[in-house]
Write a protein that binds this ligand. Structure first.
Ligand code: KG4
Ligand code: ZN
Length: 345
């Protein structure tokens, strides 16, 4: 007879391949990470100044099986112990997503293990459950990554109300583009974060990019263009650019907008818990400024450690767990969905 497991004993194998990290993880009971293997492709894409989709797909194909094997090994588990496989099915690069989805489907079919397609942003939000075992919805979450900028009320597990989103570039995309323009290279976010520590955030003033008709939406393209115009005009006049000052001033303008929108929404919607998620949540100035704003207004601040902010599969396994216990399953017709909207995995 099959062994009946308590929720806290349920083991989920998470798989993530939506962009440039091939990742697999085993998570017990939704929040206990037994293993978290991440094979990054950053070194390869750095040569081209950004992610090259075809190369990303090929590298995922080369690495996926060994990363899954490593995650099972590090957790001291085999596929026979796994209750469900959770895999990112969108949004992301279609060729990259397909590798994880195909691997998950193959294992699900061969070993008769339930399959769950997970939305990548839902994964990022769920990283907070791992970092803070006592955190329960509802809470307000700012999701800032290379591809997304969403201000979301997490009403319940799997239930989201999107208050605002970017109307042009994502926050991480703006970091990456500005870093390239000031010669810091790829990936831009961590490099701007580091360079800013030596710079003066008040050296230049870049526009804060408010969007008139939708108060919780974001716009970063004007801010990015202002930096590019500044660099051009300095060059035309033969003046050397102070890279740390530009980095720190740009970072401050992004952080100010992110924090002010989030705190305004927290006040309007009476949210006493505020969380950060996504790769840009690893930014030291954003973490510090949001934490201070929460402390001053008596709100509890949540933020995963940097390794759970950037892409990983533990967050996918965690999101998959909450789907699993609510009876949600995907069929073997699960497909990669590069433009999947939040709340529709
Ligand atoms: O969540 P993520 O790993 O991938 C996506 O889902 O897009 O986010 C990657 C993004 C990149 O744009 C990267 O530059 C940015 O997160 N990032 C940072 C930092 N670390 C990563 N941005 C600012 N400061 C950081 N410390
Ligand atoms: Zn991501």
């Amino acid at each position: 007879m099959a062994q009946i497991k308590e929720d806290k004993d349920i083991l989920i194998l998470g798989i993530e391949s939506s962009c440039d990290e091939t990742a697999a993880s085993v998570v017990r009971g939704g929040r206990e990470v037994l293993s978290n293997e991440i094979s990054s492709q950053i070194d390869i894409h750095t040569l081209y100044g950004g992610v090259v989709p075809e190369i990303a797909s090929r590298k995922h194909t080369e690495r996926i099986n060994q990363v899954i094997r490593a995650a099972l090994g590090a957790a001291d588990k085999t596929l026979d112990d796994i209750d469900a496989i959770a895999v990112t099915c969108g949004p992301g690069l279609v060729g990259a997503l397909l590798v994880g989805v195909s691997a998950a489907k193959a294992i699900s079919f061969a070993k008769d293990i339930p399959l769950i397609g997970v939305h990548h942003i839902e994964g990022h939000i769920s990283a907070n459950y791992i970092a803070a075992p006592d955190l329960e919805p509802p809470f307000l979450c700012l999701v800032v990554s290379g591809g997304h900028t969403h201000l979301v009320i997490v009403k319940d597990y799997g239930e989201y109300e999107i208050l605002g989103r970017t109307q042009d570039d994502a926050a991480g995309e703006a970091f990456d583009k500005v870093a390239r323009a000031i010669g810091l290279g790829y990936p831009g976010g961590p490099k701007i974060d580091r360079a800013s520590r030596e710079g003066n955030p008040d050296a230049m003033h870049f526009p804060r990019g408010h969007v008139g008709n939708a108060k919780y939406d974001f716009s970063f393209s004007g801010m990015k263009s202002a930096v590019l115009n500044y660099l051009n005009s300095e060059k035309m006049q033969g003046r050397a650019v102070n890279v740390p000052d530009v980095a720190a001033s740009f970072q401050q303008s992004v952080v100010e907008v992110l924090v002010s929108h989030t705190m305004d929404a927290a006040a309007e919607y009476h949210c006493d818990k505020v969380a950060l998620a996504g790769g840009v949540a690893a930014n030291s100035a954003l973490r510090k400024t949001m934490e201070e704003a929460c402390r001053k207004t008596g709100r509890t601040f949540y933020c995963p450690p940097p390794v759970l902010c950037t892409d990983n599969a533990a967050m996918i396994a965690c999101a998959g767990y909450y789907d699993y216990i609510r009876g949600i399953r995907s069929g073997l017709d699960l497909n990669a969905m590069p433009n999947l909207p939040l709340g529709q995995a």
